[in-house]
Design a protein around this ligand. Sequence first.
Ligand code: G6P
Length: 364
Amino acid sequence: TRIEKSGYKHFMAKEIAEQPVVLADAQAHYIKDGNITLPVDLDFSAFDRVTMVACGTAYLACLTAKYWFEQIARIPVEVDIASEFRYREPPVPARTLAIFVSQSGETADTLAALHYAKSQGATILSVVNVTESSMARDSDMSLPILAGVEVSVASTKAFTCQLSLLLLLALKASSDRGAQSTEQVQSYLAHLQKTPALVSQSLNVGDAVKEAAKLVAEAQDILFLGRGAMFPLALEGALKLKELSYIHAEGYASGELKHGPIALIDKHVPVVVMAPRDALFEKTISNMQEVMARGGKVLLISDAAGIAEAGQGVWSTITMPEIEPVFAPILYAIPAQLLAYHTAIAKGTDVDQPRNLAKSVTVE
Ligand code: G6P
């Protein structure tokens, strides 16, 4: 079947807009009557550790999932870039579950890393969008993220669907390992099922983001800051922006700011602060104030209460719906995607087909 833009200017815009629907459909596929139903025989009590390997945006989904697996299921997780993992040849202890995340299921480095982990005796789970892919075929188990065909080179709906499925796996791990009570897991699941509606609401920030993109498009450098599970999302915001607008962008863990990147701050450097009201909110805000004290132009992304509390003196704000902090990375991916999209439009770059990039990198 031919995939059309269906009235959108770009595939990326269409794929961003599709997220509430694909997320809800994917969740309905994996959650029945409030219980997790996986089509594979996966029992996390058989494993002592998890190794996650991927490239690009899929790697950043893994980095986010590490926070979930460790905090919710109390299982240690290592995350690696596929091109490093495959040549470092790390030891893979017994009782390791190795998870390979890939939209295409064909990325050469990730596939080679998968074959290496298999040769070391790990149990292989792939999390893919393309179900008839090499990774799906060569794994012990494979789970589809069910994002539907993604055309735009920059990954959007595949990323949020990866996050949603990985969070579900962290919940499965926590029940298999008895790390959380049944009631607790069910309450997480109920919240997870509310994320598609919140993602839908968050798409309303489009106009505010478009305004912010005008300034961002003028910048030479831009920083994205976040803490905890929002740190990988800061990396994703920076990755998306550089892929699409060719502006130099860096993501940093807010607490690490003082160890280097603060030297970059002046009035020409916009700083995007991803600050849902989670346990680290106050700390994130104090990092943000350090930026402002040095003249940095802060774009604060938080909910209404967060902005009321901390928005004084910032350059601009984006108001997000309120959300249980655990699920914030899924929701805050939306303004990150939209900022990259609108900045690319402001700069006139090729949104769906950025220079030098390929949708799927099947050669090394
Ligand atoms: C390419 C794409 C990225 C993608 C990465 C991994 O670099 O441009 O958007 O995140 O490959 O692709 P995969 O198909 O393995 O998720």
